[in-house]
Design a protein. Structure first.
Length: 288
């Protein structure tokens, strides 16, 4: 049974599919693991594709030491912004023209907010309503309880990330072919049978790059960092952290890119990973 580590570590946790299941459920053991690890002197950070203002309160109230948001466009250490970047207007205009030309649904994210057209908001609600009863919400943004500001109100000089989706297959590859040298484009994980969805940030804007900024600010080494996630925007996090851990509910292809695989989001995935690396004691009574 692993003992609790005496060397402080720093953990970076994805939100959707890692802390949250289907946008609303959190395993009690996850809350216990995060709080116990912090009480023992370890640092625990959120590391999410969500805008800061779209992280659910149920997640925030667990308590964290900081956050990487918008897929790596922003990073906070406590209340201090240590990294922040937005898309140049000419780059964003090219993306918007692409979305409109191919009639894609899309959302724009600033540091704090998300913006979408009435058409896109309607498509999201239809998608949520059509989800199978045993999986009432998709595991990644857009989520149950989703809300967005009107796209007409979006401050186009403050956009950090875009998300798009369509019922058409191949939209992600098409975007990569057109913009692969200018943007970082990854597959999203909305369950769209026959369709496709993706996330777009500036080239070089990744969770991994933002984690490096956090570690540099804190004077910590990569070897002391653990990254846990389940989505394609977590790949660079796996590469940067000393240990990259894929959730048991991640796609098999993604699991192969991680150093380890833990159990699923509601089957104590975070607790089990923390216990394996000594952030918490591995006694079953603590798992909840």
């Amino acid at each position: 049974m692993p003992e609790r580590s005496s060397t402080p570590k720093i953990a970076f946790l994805d939100v959707d599919g890692t802390i949250l299941d289907h946008g609303r459920r959190i395993a009690p053991s996850t809350v216990r693991a995060i709080r116990e690890a912090r009480a023992a002197g370890h640092l625990v950070y959120l590391c999410t594709g969500r805008a800061a203002g779209h992280i659910p309160e149920s997640v925030l109230e667990i308590g964290f030491d900081g956050a990487v948001t918008n897929g790596g466009a922003f990073a906070m250490v406590g209340d201090v912004l240590v990294h922040g970047e937005t898309m140049p207007r000419e780059e964003l205009d090219a993306l918007l023209a692409h979305f409109e030309e191919h009639e894609l649904h899309y959302l724009l994210q600033t540091n704090r907010r998300v913006y979408a057209s009435a058409r896109t908001r309607g498509a999201i609600q239809e998608h949520l309503a059509a989800a199978p009863a045993d999986k009432p919400e998709p595991q990644t943004s857009p989520q149950a309880g989703f809300s967005a500001e009107p796209i007409e109100d979006a401050p186009l000089d403050e956009i950090a990330k875009a998300v798009f989706f369509t019922e058409e297959a191949g939209a992600v590859e098409r975007a990569r072919q057109e913009f692969g040298e200018r943007f970082h484009i990854v597959r999203g994980s909305m369950p769209l049978p026959g369709g496709s969805d993706g996330e777009i940030g500036l080239r070089g804007t990744t969770k991994g790059a933002a984690i490096e900024k956090v570690l540099e600010h804190l004077g910590l080494d990569r070897a002391d960092a653990i990254g846990i996630g389940d989505s394609w925007n977590d790949v660079e996090m796996f590469e940067v952290c000393g240990v990259g851990v894929a959730m048991g509910n991640a796609a098999p292809e993604l699991q192969e890119l991680a150093d380890e695989v833990t159990s699923t989001v509601l089957e104590n995935g975070i607790f089990d990973a923390f216990a394996r690396h000594g952030l918490v004691r591995a006694d079953a009574s603590s798992r909840g």
